[in-house]
Design a protein around this ligand. Sequence first.
Ligand SMILES: [Fe+2]
Length: 303
Amino acid sequence: MGILRLSHVDVRVPDLDLATAYYTEVMGLLEVERTATEVFLKCWDETDHHSVKLSYAPRVGLDLISFKVEADEDLAELESRVERYGFPVRRVSRGESVGQGESIRFETPSGQLMELVREVERVGGLLPKVNPPPFPPQGLVGIAPPRIDHVLVTAEEVGEATRFYMEVLGFRLTEQLLDGNGHQIGVWMERSHSPHDLAVVTGANGGLHHFAFWLDDWDHVRKAADILAYNGVQIDVGPTRHGITRGNTIYFFDPLGTRNEVFTGGYRPDPDFPTITWTEDNIGRAIFYYEGDLNDRFMKVHT
Ligand SMILES: [Fe+2]
């Protein structure tokens, strides 16, 4: 019961054609549907309608983060919990949002618009569900990740935001980064038994640091770096490894300046996983284990 996993990330782009070209030809997502001002994209192994939505807007930024819930009664239960916490909730009726049924939306204490949705149109993946081959179909272009993985947002008060995500929405804390006074300056939380579905680091309220796509192994990360470099995509950091999450990673920017990540590895936390703590004097190794240092661009976020 409760939140199952990330459903989709909706971002604003000032150049819809350029963004679509990058996300389909370099990132290798599939275009599912398009309106005059929106493009809906999914990864090849995802079966739901979309995992990324691009919307035309004059300024780059985050529209919303959508998580999928498991059961019909979860929407009403989480709606009342969010309202009891003091945050107004808006019901979005079926048909109001392309590719999905009823949902609820609210602003979180970290200032992002969050959506919870139960019913998403099933469009199917590229592999059959009966006797499929154990590898991607032929003919994919670009990096072609099998699925979206997680999102990292910024908050002025990480501890306050974390209380909301854990106590109200039921996220479990896998790792935390503490400053010298023991205050949380970064948290990594999960619902899907992965190292993180949602992470929060100190920064402006409402900010999107990055969203990440899953790759199946390190060899695919190496190949992704080849594709990014060949296409002239600005790589931010990597290929490298995170101390936190233990994942292998590349950070890079889409042509409008939104940071993307490809991610693999990590571990599989059960719901009773004891939280791992990092201290600020180890922040470099916590974020980029091989470099041992944050780059100057790490704090660049869109709000
Ligand atoms: Fe990440």
